[in-house]
Design a protein around this ligand. Structure first.
Ligand code: FMN
Length: 380
């Protein structure tokens, strides 16, 4: 009897739901599981244009009803923050993305384009006519490393945007969103995280403006909300998401009160009715290094009315846990999904994972470290 009880207990444990693999309705999108491909810059878009090898890369990571967020894509010429990142501001960019998006759709995936402006996290060589990058400030990033924390960097002093120049930058996001939809993407994610342009406005340790875009919390958030409004007006709020990282200080971009900032932003976002909010866990003290902190995303999660996505340091176990505890609706995975194109299947089977190779995260090869991570059955 005891043995029987024991074995039925084991069965129960084995059959307990893998919450990451349960369906979820995100607005009008029917997701078949809750594992999201996090946005991952791969630096394989030569001439700032998506390349044919991206078709294979993204379709490898597509499942029917799976949700994918594309790599950060520059909204304008001044938005570029590194080599070989894709753009979404010209006709050529739109045409180049089309077959990539088509590849994802053919396998039944849902694909959003991440709209990005690097702001001061750039260099003269990426800017039109070698001009300084633009920002909310004229203070440079002091960090001697890029966002990965290991690649040496020397960021130049940016040029502080004039108040009257800001509407044009907002317009760039609007046009980029329209382009993304034209390329076939199902929606866009506005990149408001990780110390890039929007974050440079949001956070008080960077934003030192004295106009209506600086000073109070309300003023510092103005640029973000103008971008959200412009994009939502253009393509519909039902297909607009946002990424935020109030607790992070990547790219030297920190705030003195991240709890208040995060809460204010999500509460204000509710009035736009956007689809989702995607937030980096406070434990990610560098982009790739998790350490326990006393901070939590729960207040933001509770305040936001749409879908809540979390990212940063997630695995099969803590991913299931965060869903079970109501901490999130969806979990975005970066490095593990990069290295395991069939990650949902591996989680389903509790199979071993390919290790990721950090040395090829940002190299330019169209195959190595990109499309050559094997599937479970050994195929590529
Ligand atoms: C190679 C690489 C490129 C990344 N590029 C982006 C990006 O383009 N946009 C973005 O918002 N985050 C980017 N990130 C951050 C990831 O989306 C994610 O937040 C981070 O890797 C932490 O999640 P993980 O622990 O699941 O890897 C990148 C991360 C990696 C490893």
């Amino acid at each position: 009897m005891a043995a029987e009880e024991e074995s039925s207990k084991t069965m129960e444990m084995e059959e307990s739901p893998m919450l990451l693999l349960t369906p979820y309705k995100m607005g009008k999108f029917d997701l078949s599981h809750r594992i999201v491909l996090a946005p991952l810059t791969r630096m394989r878009s030569y001439n700032f244009t998506a390349q044919p090898h991206a078709i294979l890369y993204y379709s490898q990571r597509t499942t029917k009803g799976g949700f994918l967020i594309g790599e950060a894509s520059a909204v304008s010429e001044t938005a570029i923050g590194g080599p070989n990142i894709p753009g979404i501001w010209t006709r050529e960019h739109v045409e180049a993305w089309k077959p990539v998006v088509h590849g994802v759709h053919q396998k039944g995936g849902i694909f959003f384009c991440q709209l990005w402006h690097a702001g001061r996290a750039s260099d003269y060589c990426f800017q039109p006519n070698g001009h300084p990058p633009i920002s909310s400030t004229d203070k440079p990033i002091k960090s001697k490393f890029h966002i990965d924390g290991t690649t040496p960097a020397a960021f130049p002093p940016p040029r502080r945007l004039l108040t009257e120049e800001i509407p044009q930058i907002v317009e760039d996001y609007r046009i980029a969103a329209r382009n993304a939809i034209e390329a076939g993407f199902d929606g866009v994610e506005i990149h408001g995280a990780n110390g890039y342009l929007i974050d440079q406005f949001l956070k008080d340790k960077v934003n030192d403006r004295t106009d209506t875009y600086g000073g109070s919390l309300e003023n510092r958030c103005r640029f973000l909300f103008e971008v959200v409004k412009a994009v939502a007006d253009e393509i519909g709020a039902y297909r607009v998401g946002i990424r935020l990282s109030p607790f992070a200080d990547y790219n030297d971009c920190a705030d003195s009160n991240p709890e208040a900032l995060g809460l204010y932003v999500v509460e204000s976002l509710n009035k736009f009715g956007i689809l989702y909010c995607h937030v980096i866990e406070p434990r990610m003290i560098t982009q790739f290094e998790a350490q326990p902190t006393g901070h939590s995303l729960l207040p933001m999660r509770k305040a936001f009315k749409g879908t809540f996505i979390v990212a940063g340091g997630y695995t099969r176990d803590n991913g299931n846990e965060v869903i079970a505890s109501g901490g999130a609706d969806l979990v975005a995975l970066g490095r593990w999904f990069l290295a395991n194109p069939d990650l949902p299947r591996r989680y389903e089977l509790n199979a071993a994972l390919n290790k990721y190779d950090r040395s090829t995260f940002y190299t330019f090869d169209p195959v190595v470290g990109y499309t050559d991570y094997p599937f479970l059955d050994g195929s590529k």
